[in-house]
Design a protein around this ligand. Structure first.
Ligand SMILES: [Zn+2]
Length: 226
């Protein structure tokens, strides 16, 4: 029986991944990171969602990290603007965030004797983050396994899905309702309910999610979520 760790933020993508993992594996631990993000609403929602799916959740405090990096998610700044240091990337980019999350989850996997990490990174409708691409995941998997003489796999069920297809997958895995009612992805920490879920509707994450949901509804004919 495989032991699995799901990197879990409480957002749409990782909630879908948690549902996906629940339907495939019996022994799952979800892990969330507090990295100094401006809005702790996502961690509150992460606790609710993990509780609803009856998955144990470990929240790991790495709040020192937020003071080391520039990002609109951990400080002041316009989430709709380019990044302070990297004008080719969005302001919400957090340098090496995914590398750090995967590194720590890989350490925990060795402690818990887990064979699989699951992360909701996606290179299709992605938000312009280079650490969400398949080649990055392949490289860090190889580096961490080499550096620890281990053989832990990293599964990325959303890697090549559009946002609309991620809604479809959430439906298939039985977690669409949780995604729409509880998951939180908004860069502004806004908790307003919309037909596509919680959020301000203005930030890039909300716009991507709202557009994906509209496409999902038109493609699937799913009229159950109004
Ligand atoms: Zn928003």
């Amino acid at each position: 029986m495989s032991k699995v760790i799901v990197i879990f933020s409480g957002g749409q993508d990782s909630t879908t991944c948690l549902g996906w993992a629940k339907n495939r594996y019996n022994d799952i631990t979800a892990v969330s990171f507090f990295y100094g993000q401006n809005h702790d609403v996502e961690l509150q929602q992460a606790r609710k969602i993990a509780g609803a799916l009856e998955v144990p959740l470990r929240v790991i405090d790495i709040s020192f990290f937020g003071s080391m990096v520039h990002s609109a998610l951990v400080g002041e700044g316009d989430v709709n603007a380019p990044h302070d240091d990297r004008p080719d990337l969005p302001a919400s980019f957090v340098p090496n965030r995914n590398a750090l999350f995967i590194l720590l989850a890989h350490s925990l996997a060795q402690t818990l004797k887990a064979e699989i990490l699951v992360t909701g990174v996606c290179q299709t409708d992605y938000s312009g983050y280079p650490d969400c691409r398949q080649d990055f995941i392949d490289a860090i998997r190889r580096a961490l396994n080499l550096g620890s003489a281990s053989n832990i796999n990293i599964e990325t069920p959303l890697m090549n899905l559009t946002k609309a297809q991620t809604f479809q997958l959430a439906k298939e895995e039985g977690v669409l309702d949780l995604v729409l009612k509880e998951s939180h992805t908004c860069y502004s920490g806004n908790d307003k309910m919309n037909n596509w879920g919680r959020g301000c509707g203005e930030c890039p994450a909300c716009r991507l999610r709202a557009k994906g949901f509209a496409e999902y509804k038109s493609q699937s004919g799913d009229l159950s979520c109004q």
